[in-house]
Design a protein around this ligand. Structure first.
Ligand code: FMN
Ligand code: SF4
Length: 411
């Protein structure tokens, strides 16, 4: 085994948190919280990853408030789900893995028909919200200063709750076109007050959020920010500015940064590469009209990018050179050669999404193969069929390699 691979599979410390290796499960919205309540299926999903040897798993999309959810089947952090979350977190920890929660607010990007506090979703600026069109609510509003204060406070309260529940770390979602990244991106933030215009102004809300979370959880609790390298659209965030964004997040108190790209709102395929996710959406759709609509409109709505390994490597290395905090690589690290490369690049941790959906035992299987000097491959072919399952009953799994493992909701 090379020194680089040995490094990947050996214990390491994230901020001040010891992990048994440098492999972290990426947040992949599981779709296993019917009615917003974490199910036994969700717990089993993360326990399986823990038993497979992962250093830390990430429970995806933990919304800071009810109206921070894209839709009403997502969890939001509140007392009503404390027992289920506590059970989940302690069951995962019993496997020897750590567990992070991805804390997030959707901002304006919502198709939630049951908003509780708001009349319509809010972002930094008034804009078209394509997700709201089928609900007859195509426009999102602009946050007032009081709304911004509420938004920031919701991260503080969620962070405190998640620490109490037992999460080991927080991953603050500052990318993919959700609430925080809507403030960062010049495409979605067209404000003319102190929160818009220059990058310094656009970073005021993200910086306030990291600082308030730090105040809530204390110095020893890891805060990781998942940030965009590029929105991949005209007028959006570009890599040169993203390097500056990373500096702000580092100085605000993050222990580590994850460098991703693309947005769910404008350019989702940039974050995955490979076949457009509209193929999977056609496969999943129940209605013939929706299938036909997606067949016609899908290719123009979802721009396609060829898959290649380590597709965010260059941007991640640029950020590595610009900040003092730790770095987490994400994006197409599916072979052992890629894992080795990331370690050689001096990146501290690797997040794996599809690789672990294809093989939840990847860390153990890879370690065993390496110990016997054998090659190893999770089998994931980056078909992206799993991505379209986030709204399917029972949520995500790998239909390509494990068609027999379709999850069935039992709670
Ligand atoms: C099924 C699925 C669901 C995802 N859901 C989320 C999510 O909830 N939050 C997030 O930040 N990224 C999400 N992602 C993106 C992944 O975290 C990751 O950025 C992307 O899959 C690239 O990593 P990979 O090549 O290791 O799969 C999702 C990916 C997949 C495959
Ligand atoms: S469906 Fe399976 S093989 Fe296809 S991308 Fe997802 S995990 Fe990989």
């Amino acid at each position: 085994m090379s020194d680089a691979l040995r490094r990947a599979l050996s214990p390491a410390t994230l901020g001040k948190l010891p992990l048994r290796n440098r492999l972290i499960k990426a947040g992949t919205y599981e779709g296993k919280s019917p009615g917003g309540v974490p199910s036994q299926l969700l717990q089993n999903f993360h326990v399986e990853l823990g038993e497979g040897g992962i250093g830390m798993t990430t429970v995806a999309y933990c919304a800071t408030e009810a109206d921070g959810r894209i839709h009403d089947q997502m969890m939001y952090m509140h007392e009503g789900i404390r027992p289920q979350l506590q059970d989940l977190v302690s069951a995962v920890k019993a496997t020897g893995a750590r567990v992070a929660g991805q804390v997030v607010h959707c901002g304006y990007f919502s198709r939630n028909p049951k908003l509780q506090r708001l009349d319509k979703p809010l972002g930094p600026s008034r804009q078209l919200n394509t997700l709201g069109v089928p609900l007859g609510r195509p426009f999102a509003g602009a946050m007032t200063h009081a709304d911004i204060d509420y938004f920031v406070q919701s991260f503080h309260d969620a962070a405190l709750f998640m620490k109490e529940v037992g999460f080991d770390a927080l991953e603050v979602h500052c990318g993919h076109g959700y609430g925080i990244s809507q403030f960062i991106s010049p495409k979605t933030n067209r404000r003319t007050d102190d929160y818009g215009g220059s990058l310094h102004n656009r970073m005021r809300v993200p910086v306030r959020i990291i600082e308030t979370i730090r105040a809530a959880v204390g110095d020893d609790f890891p805060i990781i920010a998942k940030m965009g390298l590029t929105d991949g659209i005209k007028g959006g965030l570009e890599e040169n500015e993203a390097v500056e964004v990373a500096r702000y997040l580092d100085q605000a108190g993050c222990d580590a940064l994850i460098t991703t790209g693309g947005t769910s709102s404008f350019n989702p395929n940039l974050m995955f590469r490979g076949p457009s996710i509209h193929h999977g959406l056609i496969e999943q759709s129940q209605s013939l009209i929706a299938k036909l609509g997606m067949k016609i409109l899908g290719p123009s709505l979802f721009k396609e990018y060829p898959y290649h390994e380590l597709y965010f490597r260059d941007g991640c290395r640029r950020v590595r050179d610009a900040v003092d905090c730790q770095l987490v690589y994400i994006g197409g690290c599916s072979t052992l050669e890629s894992l080795e490369q990331v370690m050689r690049d001096g990146i501290d941790f690797v997040q794996l999404g599809r690789t672990l959906l294809a093989d939840p035992n990847y860390p153990r299987n890879a370690s065993a193969a390496l110990a016997n000097s054998q090659p190893y491959d999770s089998g994931c072919n980056h078909c992206n069929r799993c991505v379209a399952l986030i709204d399917a009953p029972g949520g995500i799994y790998c239909p390509e390699l494990h068609p027999d493992k379709r999850p069935v909701l039992n709670t």
